[in-house]
Design a protein. Structure first.
Length: 184
């Protein structure tokens, strides 16, 4: 990633990020985050675009001493949450989701992989927004609770509590759907 430099008020060189560079390096990550946060496939492209536009608009608030991905995940969380809250979105009747077959799998394996993905997405969608956000950030996107705390502007202890609750709720939802058996 190439960085350009601007001079801040104290005369120090401060690195700035170009949208193209951030987009190239972090596109796949942001797409996964938007998808995992519960955006419908038909909305994902627009929402990913919105994340990068918002990133550029709020770049002056970004502390470049911190990792970029948690910042992008926080933006994605807020954008997807707002999108899901919109009345027009909640009244839409989604068309059946298209799932690309998994490469290298036979049809039975591909069907099983699709069923597992659908179960995970359905279980995630049962979680309240706050619990879903921390579970996705920590378990699926690999961020620490400390990073999530900074991005979600929530106390670490609160997030640890939400994470425990989210894990239990997620496992319970998967068991209820018959996706797993026994104690997860």
């Amino acid at each position: 990633m190439t960085l350009s430099f601007l001079e801040d008020a104290t005369g120090q060189d401060v690195p700035t990020l170009g949208l193209h560079d951030v987009y190239e390096v972090h596109f796949d990550y942001v797409w996964r985050a938007v998808k995992r946060l519960g955006a419908r496939p038909s909305d994902q492209e627009d929402l990913v675009h919105d994340v990068f536009v918002t990133f550029m608009r709020t770049l002056d608030k970004y502390d470049n001493r911190r990792p970029l991905r948690p910042w992008l995940c926080g933006i994605a969380f807020r954008i997807v949450s707002e999108h899901r809250r919109k009345a027009s979105t909640s009244r839409e009747i989604p068309v059946s989701e298209h799932h690309d077959p998994a490469p290298g799998l036979n049809p039975a394996q591909a069907l099983e992989a699709t069923r597992r993905k659908q179960s995970v997405n359905a279980a995630l969608n049962e979680l309240p927004e706050d619990e879903r956000a921390i579970l996705i950030m920590v378990e699926l996107l690999g961020h620490s609770v400390v990073e999530a705390s900074e991005v979600l502007h929530t106390n670490e202890n609160t997030l640890y509590s939400r994470l425990r609750k989210a894990r239990k709720m997620f496992a319970s939802a998967l068991r209820r759907m018959g996706a797993v058996r026994g104690g997860v």
